[in-house]
Design a protein around this ligand. Structure first.
Ligand SMILES: C[S@@+](CC[C@H](N)C(=O)[O-])C[C@H]1O[C@@H](n2cnc3c(N)ncnc32)[C@H](O)[C@@H]1O
Length: 488
């Protein structure tokens, strides 16, 4: 898929220099996938009396080249400037450490001998020149390309990712302003940009492996192997900690054919596109996650969101043609004071004040995600369910409409994009995602319509709706949910 996989001709020299060994395979450019591992001789792993055994790994990378949190700490021990930077940013996670290291070496890879404030080089300074830079993860797509995701589950996810990348960069600026060396290099000389930070984040997400002993790590050359759900090979660490690619038992590969590994368990299409920049339609789980919108005029919405704590989402999943949805927040969102939901401010043991949530006078603050269960025995259970189904149906219809429409601004005006600015791989990936998620949304709408009809035929629902019609003005439940939802 990468359009610009870098000048890999120079890579074998780098690999020889740093002890990377290939056996019966090499790196080659592969159509629509960038660089990949390809067999140069017949590969097969058949069992002898001792069972299956690789006589030699297809690829071996010395452990000292792996970029893990530990490796970054070791580098910081010998490089004073980097140690100062790492301490100032306070990065505790493997992601933070690895991204900072990559950023610094990205800057270094562009420096010339005449530059001031030179960063100490490492094998990674040269290796990253071979890494894909064209930004095929959606967080790096151009604005026009990101507009192609309108109506998909990635629309908000990508916007949120870019916001958080921006915030991280601002924090980095804040924390390094007082460090002379890095302030001069990063901010005075303007050697880094948002695109650089987004690029190292994309490298981290799409190229890191989980190693048995060192956890998340980028391993140069192993990270050139492409993914398949039925891979011929796998990666492992040997007894010295070196990282290797080995053929899987029972598999054989003809010369000229690609050797793939697995990037992990089956994922949804949006996750694959988000983290790896491609979708394998035949192998993606039939599910998606969307945000649920609170009622704008629900006076309890802030309290509900506060107590719920997590993201108000709905998960849609189709298994063997059967559509299921799951949204703990939606079940809470549909309830109001007239139903028996209540919020109280209580004093805790330390004298502080705490917001607590009550359902039928019982404190259920810790069970905010359990309202489907909590309302199951209630006499109006099917009424509550009808509210949830109707709200979700409306939101899914809106979502589907948005997905099917050409990109437009919030005010409804169409967004004009010059098609020549859109990379074909992005257009294709967005179209595939829309096809997968559009089909799932259509099935969701159909399933919700059917459930809504069934609920409207329920005797208790009919009685409830009838009582609401008969109730004199002002005595019907005045809840936000009922006002918003047209049960008909
Ligand atoms: C770990 S890298 C693999 C090496 C990469 N091909 C390169 O040129 O550097 C992961 C990236 O390779 C590409 N890739 C891996 N497996 C793929 C596949 N099955 N189909 C399309 N692209 C794939 C995607 O761009 C992904 O983000």
């Amino acid at each position: 898929m990468p359009a610009n996989p870098g000048p890999i001709e120079g890579l074998p020299v780098w690999q020889r220099l740093h002890g990377v060994q290939f056996h019966k395979c090499e790196l080659q450019l592969i159509k629509d996938k960038g660089t990949g591992l390809v067999a140069t001789e017949p590969l097969s792993l058949v069992a002898d009396e001792e069972g299956f055994k690789n006589d030699r790994p297809l690829l071996t990378v010395p452990r000292g080249l792996a970029l893990s949190a530990e490796a970054v700490r070791e580098y910081a021990n010998v490089d004073n400037h980097f140690r100062e930077l790492l301490n100032a940013t306070g990065h505790e996670t493997a992601r933070g450490k690895i991204m900072l290291y990559l950023l610094v070496h990205l800057v270094r890879s562009r420096q010339t001998p005449s530059d001031s404030h030179r960063v100490a080089a490492s094998p990674w300074t040269d290796y990253i020149k071979y890494l894909e830079r064209d930004g095929l993860l959606p967080s790096m797509w151009s604005e026009g390309e990101r507009n192609l995701l309108q109506g998909t589950s990635l629309e908000q996810a990508v916007a949120a990712k870019r916001n958080s990348l921006n915030q991280e960069l601002e924090e980095l600026c804040e924390k390094t302003k007082q460090l002379d060396f890095w302030n001069e290099l990063f901010w005075e000389q303007r050697k880094i940009s948002f695109e650089d930070w987004a690029l190292v984040d994309a490298w981290y997400r799409s190229r890191c492996l989980e190693l048995p002993s060192s956890g998340d790590a980028m391993v140069p050359s192993i990270d050139m192997a492409n993914h398949s759900y039925d891979p011929e090979a796998y990666y492992d660490e040997d007894s010295d900690g070196d990282i290797e690619i080995l053929l899987r038992p029972g598999y054989s590969v003809d010369p000229g054919k690609e050797v793939t590994i697995s990037y992990g368990k089956l994922k949804r299409a949006s996750e694959m596109l988000f983290s790896y920049g491609f979708i394998d339609k035949a192998y993606s789980t039939d599910e998606m996650t969307l945000m649920v919108r609170s009622f704008e005029d629900d006076p309890l919405s802030r309290a509900k969101e506060h107590i719920f704590g997590g993201m108000p989402t709905v998960q849609l999943r189709r298994t063997d043609g059967v559509l299921k949805w799951h949204s703990p927040f939606l079940h809470l969102m549909c309830l109001n004071e007239e139903d028996g939901l209540d919020f109280r401010i209580l004093q805790d043991n330390e004298g502080g004040r705490q917001l607590r949530m009550f359902w039928q006078d019982k404190d259920v603050t810790e069970r905010a995600a359990d309202f489907e269960e909590l309302t199951r025995e209630h006499e109006l259970c099917s009424v509550f369910r009808l509210r949830a189904v109707s709200i979700l149906l409306q939101q899914m219809v809106d979502q589907l409409g948005r997905l099917r429409r050409a990109p437009q601004y919030e005010d409804g005006n169409p967004i004009h994009v010059d098609a020549s600015d859109l990379r074909p791989v992005c257009v294709q990936a967005a179209a595939t995602l829309k096809e997968i998620e559009g089909s799932l949304l259509e099935a969701t709408v159909a399933a919700l319509e059917k459930e809504q009809q069934d609920l409207l035929a329920d005797e208790r629902v009919k009685a409830y709706l009838g009582s609401m019609e008969e109730a004199p003005m002002g005595t019907a439940p005045s809840n936000a949910a009922n006002e918003d939802v047209d049960f008909s």
